[in-house]
Design a binder for this molecule. Structure first.
Ligand SMILES: Cc1cc2nc3c(=O)[nH]c(=O)nc-3n(C[C@H](O)[C@H](O)[C@H](O)COP(=O)(O)O)c2cc1C
Length: 305
């Protein structure tokens, strides 16, 4: 059987498949339906300095090839995460990437400093791109200067791998990726959800209290692939791909576009059998092509380029 080990964003992952933030709780909620140790890494639900109740319901709507969500960063907050959620992950055989969000560079750094005290935190993912949070007033990931300031503040206090998650809701995602690189990030994660909305034709209004929502799922795979490719072709900063992957084929497309690893989001809700199937299909694909590992496949892609 081919070896699926990869080095991604400063981490050694036993396979290139991670659970995306917000789609796998704090790591244990789906166990045993989806065993957490299947993943090379788990990105936990974004936490903020204080607990958040999130947006009013409804928070989800199906679309033709995906889903709209307006969760509004509901989370238990940093203290409860450190007291209850992180210790429960001690025996999980997966890298733990903790996703954080805050209202300022200083707050991000304070969170990072406290998380750095815990050995189980293998890496941080800075969520600068959530479009749902009204009081932050803006999307940090749309502003390269804000990305640089937050990244540098966290870099000063956190020596382990730091990933910065980018938003597709910008004109030039590679400009934001360069700001992340300048701040010393080990990787960028691309992409968060696309800005979208639904309309109820009886009321003529959006069903969501905050009107717009984030689009995810198979519909956004082509957008995510293009984002990863645009960042990767500059060769500056490693990329972790996310957006619409639901099969080994999708995962391979991200790797070919230049991603070092790939996160699964919406598919974890719609198809809990997908992670195991993806690992099996990846190994079968490599074996059938005569590759003993993923690097060998990457080399073949390079030779053909
Ligand atoms: C219900 C839901 C909740 C999410 N919550 C978060 C979150 O807390 N933090 C974050 O960075 N991304 C969050 N995301 C975005 C995903 O991590 C991912 O970037 C996006 O859904 C695209 O990937 P997918 O198409 O595979 O789902 C959420 C997505 C969904 C569907």
């Amino acid at each position: 059987m081919a070896d699926l080990l990869v080095f991604a964003g400063g981490l050694e992952l036993k396979n290139p498949m991670l659970a995306a933030s917000g789609c796998f709780g704090y790591g244990l909620e789906a166990d045993p339906v989806i065993p957490p140790s299947l993943f090379g890494g788990i990105v936990t639900k974004t936490i903020t300095p204080a607990p958040r109740r999130g947006n009013p319901v409804p928070r989800l709507a199906e679309t033709h090839a995906g889903m709209l969500n307006s969760i509004g960063l509901e989370n238990v907050g940093l203290d409860a995460f450190l007291a209850d959620k992180l210790p429960a992950l001690e025996d999980v055989d997966s890298k733990i990437v903790v996703s954080v969000s805050a209202g300022s560079a200083g707050e991000f750094a304070e969170m990072a400093e406290r998380l750095a005290e815990h050995a189980r935190v293998d890496a941080l993912e800075l969520n600068l791109s959530c479009p749902n949070v009204a009081e932050h007033g803006r999307n940090f990931a749309a502003d390269p200067a804000a990305v640089a300031a937050i990244g540098k503040a966290v870099r000063r206090v956190f020596a382990r791998p730091m990933w910065i998650k980018l938003s597709p809701n910008v004109t030039d995602i590679s400009e934001v990726a360069r700001a992340a690189q300048d701040a010393g990030a080990d990787a960028v994660t691309a992409i968060n959800t696309l800005l979208g909305m639904d309309i109820n034709i009886d009321s003529g209004k959006s069903p969501f209290a905050r009107v717009t929502a984030g689009l995810s799922g198979p519909a956004i795979l082509p957008v995510a692939l293009a984002a990863v490719w645009r960042i990767a072709r500059e060769g500056g900063i490693p990329t972790i791909g996310v957006g619409g992957a639901s099969s080994a084929k999708g995962l391979l497309k991200f790797l070919a576009a230049g991603a070092e690893a790939v996160q699964l989001g919406t598919v974890l809700f719609s198809d809990p059998g997908a992670p195991q199937r993806i690992l099996d299909d990846l190994a079968t694909h490599l074996d059938a092509q005569g590759h003993t590992n993923l690097n060998s496949l990457r080399e073949q892609w390079k030779e053909q380029a």
